[in-house]
Design a binder for this molecule. Structure first.
Ligand code: AMP
Length: 395
């Protein structure tokens, strides 16, 4: 269901509390090493300040436990970087709901911005504490969620705050709007054939995704190390490959439930050592020799998967086909990425490693949507309904 967005409401002279994802990597000197998350939030930020709203930004950074962590997880560098990007001052409150925050919020002029200190410095954030939520909610007239990476969490700033602001406008920012549009709406009413490609290390991480997508897709193509657990389930030989013996029963159940919707690799590119210059062989799936381990799907599988992608109306991809970080075992992942880039299907790339792979291979501009959220995008593909989004106003 489409949600009302920040551009749908009047903000002039209003205080807008915007939950953003400024969880940026910092080096040991506290300098930001990748500011993409801050830059990503700028369109929603601009939408408020360019129309004369008073903007209160809040975010978490890292997972502070206390002590020295606090210094290492301060959002102050993010406020400085944002000020450079906006070419205007950004006030920084040294606490979240304390005296400094109250004062800096009260000093906000129309078009002004304040960033509150790391929400997770307050234990109430992760606990979803009602009192902490009420204090944050008390700052603003409008709530905006533009933090997709945290949307699967029930933390105070994600759920408690919008709940406490019932009756006031509660909207999504542009980042969350786009993620919901593709990861939820496009999947709920896909152009068919709808093909999902699932890879990565472990079946155990992807069980719910496989189950959910088997229910709605026309084909679910399996790659990555998790294919070897499926190979064990069909009495295949997997050599030294990464497997989860305790998931073999589950793999059998998924094979039975999936029928011909579930497509397993035809062949495997394997090697005798975890290195790009090991001895290599391409073997039929389930026939990996002793002393070898599978590192990638083989060329026949890559060809088959590429042809299925070419015929698709919607493609969802989560997880690499092999050890894409180590050439030549990036070939299967590259072939799938190339096929997705070449296809005219609506193509949705899950966050985390598949997003990294599509960027690394240079195809990111040729797909419909690359998700920014790892855990959140996986949870959406699992069919999870996010309270943090459900609570917000319908368009
Ligand atoms: P995930 O986090 O589950 O999406 O898994 C991504 C990781 O799986 C990447 O770092 C890949 O290198 C790794 N991976 C994929 N296929 C294999 C494989 N056949 N053997 C070992 N690691 C793999």
């Amino acid at each position: 269901m489409a949600k009302k967005s920040i551009s749908d409401i009047e903000v002039a002279g209003q205080k807008v509390l915007m939950r953003v994802d400024f969880n940026v990597p910092l080096d040991s000197s506290g300098a930001i090493t990748d500011d993409r998350r801050i830059r990503g939030a700028v369109p929603s930020i601009r939408s408020v300040i360019d129309r004369g709203g008073k903007l209160i930004l809040c975010s978490h950074l890292g997972n502070p436990k206390g002590g020295d962590d606090h210094a290492a997880c301060s959002l102050r560098p993010a406020a400085e970087r944002l000020a450079e990007l906006l070419e205007q001052p950004v006030a920084f409150a040294a606490d979240t709901v304390g005296e400094d925050a109250v004062q800096k919020v009260s000093e906000l002029a129309d078009g002004g911005v304040v960033l509150l200190e790391n929400l997770r410095f307050n234990p109430g954030e992760k606990a979803g504490d009602a009192e902490f939520s009420r204090k944050l909610a008390g700052f603003a007239d409008i709530y905006c969620n533009d933090a997709f990476g945290t949307c699967h969490r029930k933390h105070a700033s994600m759920v408690g705050v919008p709940a406490a602001m019932e009756g006031k406008p509660r909207v999504v920012g542009f980042l969350v709007q786009k993620e919901v549009q593709y990861l939820s709406d496009a999947i709920a009413s896909p152009q068919r054939p709808f093909v999902a490609i699932l890879g990565g290390k472990k079946v155990s991480d992807k069980i719910k995704v496989i189950e959910n997508l088997l229910g709605i897709c026309d084909k679910v193509l399996i790659g990555g190390a998790m294919a070897y657990t499926f190979a064990l389930a069909t009495d295949g030989k997997v050599g030294n490959s990464m497997v989860e013996p305790d998931r073999v029963e589950l793999a059998k159940q998924l094979i039975a439930a999936g029928g011909d919707k579930l497509v397993l690799p035809l062949d495997t590119h394997c090697g005798d050592d975890f290195s790009g210059d090991c001895n290599k062989q391409v073997v039929p799936a389930g026939q990996i020799p002793d002393g070898y381990e599978g590192f990638d799907v083989g060329p026949e599988t890559a060809k088959l998967y590429a042809s299925m992608v070419a015929d698709a109306g919607t493609v969802v991809w989560n997880g690499p086909m092999g050890v894409f970080e180590m050439s030549p075992f990036d070939e299967g992942t590259r072939a799938v990425a190339q096929a997705i880039a070449d296809s005219s299907a609506t193509s949705i790339i899950g966050g985390g490693d598949s997003a990294a792979a599509i960027q690394q291979l240079g195809f990111a501009d040729q797909v419909t949507h690359v998700s920014t959220g790892g855990g959140a995008s996986l949870a959406m593909l699992e069919g999870e309904v996010f309270a943090a989004v459900e609570l917000l106003d319908e368009a």
